[in-house]
Design a protein around this ligand. Structure first.
Ligand code: ATP
Ligand code: MG
Length: 397
């Protein structure tokens, strides 16, 4: 039975010692929180140069750890003393249970620390042990180092050896909480939850903002957004999410009353960006994330996107800008937001039949002069409702 999970991480290795220590501590905290959220019991989590070790016999644990941002891969392993004899014995036991008659095998080795033997010695000793064991039970084993049927991995470290056969691919990225905070504009469609997730993967804590367009939308739209945000929160156990629900319908009424009809969506978006910007500053965050993808819908033209930010000076990030819809849907499925996003909702009734697709950069700034844009934004932000989502809150222990 495996007794430990080997956790490998990537880009952290490139950082200076101080930063790296801090990143690793965050990663350990995030791993602990994810194990707690998914109900995996463990006795301890230890850091060692270049690796994290989770002491648990739960076979599900490696898959759970692989879902923590920053993890490159994880393997359930059997640990032994760091001697050739001990590692070889574990290999022989594993081989006996795994290699069928006629199948070839290979031992893959890796060694760090000071030992009286080399990696090659480990391969020979462990390979011999597997071979002899298989022969003793009447099998005809064969070694094939280029394309074996079965592989056994031995990682020899200073004081312990780790023997494993499986590698769960991790989600990658950087530990959540190491890259500051950003506001994520989450509508609940397929795109915006994926864009928020991609930035979480890069280590950013998100502050979701949902702009409630009622009376031009209804409760179905709000619920869809909140469901998506809850899925995102499950990727961030240990980091509660502060969700802003901003009343945005009065702004739409003002644009429909005073501005040119075809510009409604563009004015709506500029106002959302302004609202998000105010929240960003209040929360000491440093960017705003949207789910825009170039050309995906008629309004997402480069001309419109320029007009939407013209004169605003707001730090906007569009992580999906170059992705195809099918690529975005693949990610949505993988991260679990797709099903929440495709729930039927009532479309925004303020959307004109023929919205502007080729806005002139300065036209919107002129349109905004027809309303008191600063007051609209200030009223929306001061009327925002704050909802705290803590995925660990209902879990005790
Ligand atoms: P999505 O699938 O995320 O809804 P979309 O492709 O439908 O995106 P738009 O509706 O044009 O695109 O919106 C572009 C982006 O603006 C969204 O991805 C989101 O980041 C933001 N956004 C749109 N509507 C809202 C809203 N009601 N609340 C918060 N953000 C919104
Ligand atoms: Mg949308």
């Amino acid at each position: 039975m495996t007794d430990i999970i080997i956790v490998r991480y990537g880009e952290l290795a490139l950082k200076s010692t101080g930063v790296r220590n801090w990143y690793e501590r965050k990663l350990v905290q995030n791993i602990a929180a994810m194990l707690k959220l998914r109900g995996i019991k463990y006795s301890q989590i230890k850091r060692e140069w270049g690796r994290i070790f989770v002491h648990t016999t739960d076979p599900e644990a490696a898959g759970v750890v692989a879902d923590v941002f920053g993890v490159v891969s994880a393997s359930p392993a059997i640990s032994s003393d760091a001697t050739l004899a001990d590692a070889a014995k574990v290999c022989a036991d594993i081989g006996a249970g795994m290699i069928n008659d006629g199948e070839s095998f290979a031992i893959r080795t890796r060694r760090t620390g000071n030992h009286s033997f080399s990696s090659r010695d480990i391969g020979i000793k462990c390979g011999d042990a597997v071979w002899e064991h298989l022969e003793s039970v009447g099998q005809g084993p064969s070694v094939n180092l280029t394309d074996p049927d079965k592989e056994i991995f031995v990682e020899m470290r200073q004081t312990r050896a780790y023997i494993y056969t499986e590698i769960s691919k991790g989600v990658g990225g950087l530990p959540l909480g190491t890259q500051g905070k950003m506001v994520a504009l989450v509508s609940g469609g397929i795109d915006s939850p994926v864009s928020a997730w991609l930035m979480m993967k890069r280590g950013v804590e998100i502050i979701p903002v949902y702009c409630n367009n009622e009376p031009f939308s209804d409760e179905t739209t709000r619920e869809r957004a909140m469901d998506c945000i809850k899925v995102l929160a499950d990727w961030a156990p240990g980091h509660f999410m502060k969700v802003y629900e901003v009343p945005h319908g009065d702004n739409l009424t003002a644009f429909l009353t005073d501005c040119e009809y075809k510009n409604t969506c563009l004015l709506c978006r500029r106002t959302m960006y302004r609202e998000a910007f105010e929240i960003m500053k209040k929360e000491n965050a440093s960017g705003i994330i949207t789910g825009a993808s170039l050309g995906q819908v008629a309004s997402q033209t480069s001309a419109n996107m320029y007009a939407e930010i013209y004169g605003l000076g707001i730090p906007l990030y569009h992580p999906l800008i170059g992705l195809d819809k099918t690529e975005i849907i693949d990610i949505a499925n993988r991260i679990g937001t797709f099903n929440a996003s495709i729930k039927p909702v009532t479309c925004c009734t303020a959307v004109p039949d023929h919205p502007e697709v080729k806005a002139k950069v300065d036209a919107l700034a002129l349109e905004e002069k027809k309303v008191d844009i600063d007051e609209l934004v200030a009223d929306s932000v001061s009327g925002a409702k704050i909802i705290i989502i803590d995925s660990l809150s209902s879990i005790s222990g």
